[in-house]
Design a protein around this ligand. Structure first.
Ligand code: ZN
Ligand code: ZN
Length: 434
């Protein structure tokens, strides 16, 4: 009841400025009844459709609204700021709850944000992977992917009016941080190019420092993936101000952070900016398994251009996402395929695809919206998806556990039928991976 009351008060104060041509006390009361009904319908359906229908209805009753789309605009504004208030209230409550957890909690823990956002990945008091005997066996698994369909036009029609910034917490990385990473990457390229001019190019079949596959294989992977070509134009910056999204999600498909893309190609500094934020939020000893369509290329760049320091690099196990794995060279698959790489279990690295699918209906409207409005709507939708999946974590765990057990039993049965010595197989496997 309090919720409906709050909504009605906010709406009433905003609607007070809509004037009609004739408005007796009886009609005003009727008007308020209509307003309340419409508000309750509006919060669960399309604002445009409801408001158009109401304007037609009022017109038929000789109530003339003086401005074109006045009702829709006011309903939209009211609904927007009501959502802002709701988010801020929820955020305030979460802060209070988290501060009460802190008493007695171990010090060496991921940030409060991560612990509250995905309790399965970051919420436990002991986050260390008990089976880990050497680095970089991952303690947590995350994946990165890009979507170039979530664009925003350079001349959006709806953005000509006001587009105020929203005071709510956001999943989007600050623009300054992304720009700082872009400048850092440029600097690294410049420094290393100067150092390399005096040296001869490495032999095609040699190994670059820190890499476990030869240069020729890495070049083959790089040539076969459009994503690996940073200069390849995937969205025109002439027609679009924002060209796409890059998300970092955990293995439970929870969005941790998103970078808003403004370049024409899939630049590596976006992925590095996301990783930088992740490492600011986790303990120094925590290792991550990173699944990315072009994980091999990202590791190569990090080592070749010194994008990440050695201590950070030693905490990352790079792998390629399952759907893209077979596009990589065979030698690359042996090292980077998550099914062949220890510690990734059944994670496929395709969590972002679910996210893009859920966000797809927003593409037409966000393409022509204001910049702040676009980010706010995406934030709201992602927050909704994450809180919905949080409620289903118990079911998720149960389903995955059953699936995992059946896979394991199936594999053990097949192994038993082959009557091969397990130790011999393990030795051969290690030889192939070395
Ligand atoms: Zn998670
Ligand atoms: Zn590869």
């Amino acid at each position: 009841m309090a919720d409906v009351f709050t909504q009605t008060v906010i709406l009433g104060s905003s609607m007070g400025c809509i004037r009609t041509s004739r408005c007796s006390r009886r009609k005003r009361r009727r008007w308020w009844e209509i307003v309340i009904v419409v508000w309750e319908v509006t919060v669960v359906s399309e604002i445009i459709i409801v408001c158009d229908a109401l304007e037609t209805f009022l017109d038929g009753m000789k109530y003339k609204l003086r401005l074109k789309n006045s009702l829709r605009r006011r309903f939209s504004n009211v609904f927007h700021w009501y959502q802002v208030l709701t988010v801020l209230a929820q955020d305030h409550i979460s802060t209070l709850v988290i501060s009460s957890w802190k008493d007695g909690a171990p010090v060496d823990q991921p940030s409060d944000y991560l612990r509250s956002w995905c309790p399965l990945c970051f919420g436990g008091n002991n986050w260390r992977n008990e089976t880990r005997d050497s680095l970089p066996m991952p303690d947590v698994i995350v994946c990165i992917d890009v979507c170039f369909t979530q664009k925003r036009s350079a001349n959006p029609r709806s953005a000509t009016g006001s587009d105020p910034p929203n005071p709510t917490p956001s999943f989007f990385l600050p623009t300054d941080d992304v720009k700082a990473m872009e400048d850092f990457v440029e600097r690294c390229h410049g420094d290393r190019r100067q150092a390399r001019t005096s040296r001869a190019e490495p032999d095609e079949d040699s190994y670059e420092e820190g890499m476990r596959i030869p240069v020729s294989v890495l070049n083959g992977c790089g040539d076969s993936f459009i994503a690996a070509d940073e200069k390849r134009e995937k969205a025109s910056t002439r027609f679009f101000t924002d060209t796409g999204l890059m998300a970092l999600v955990c293995r439970h498909d929870h969005v941790l952070w998103i970078a808003n893309l403004t370049s024409a190609g899939e630049k590596q500094h976006y992925a590095l900016a996301l990783l930088d934020w992740l490492f600011k939020h986790i303990p120094t000893q925590m290792t991550i398994g990173l699944l990315y369509d072009i994980g091999c290329q990202l590791e190569r760049s990090c080592r070749k251009w010194s994008f990440l320091d050695d201590s950070t690099l030693s905490c990352i196990a790079f792998a390629v996402a399952v759907f893209h794995a077979y596009g990589h060279q065979w030698l690359c698959q042996i090292v980077y395929h998550p099914r062949k790489r220890e510690g990734f279990s059944l994670s496929d690295g395709e969590g972002c695809e679910w996210l893009w699918s859920f966000l797809k209906p927003l593409i037409p409207s966000l393409c022509v919206s204001g910049s702040n409005q676009r980010l706010f709507v995406l934030d709201t939708q992602i927050r909704h998806l994450d809180s919905k999946s949080l409620q289903g974590f118990g079911h998720w765990l149960h389903r995955r556990w059953i699936h995992c057990q059946s896979k394991k039993n199936d594999a053990l049965d097949r192994l038993h039928e082959l009557e091969l010595d397990k130790n011999m197989l393990r030795v051969e496997w290690n030889v192939r991976n070395s």
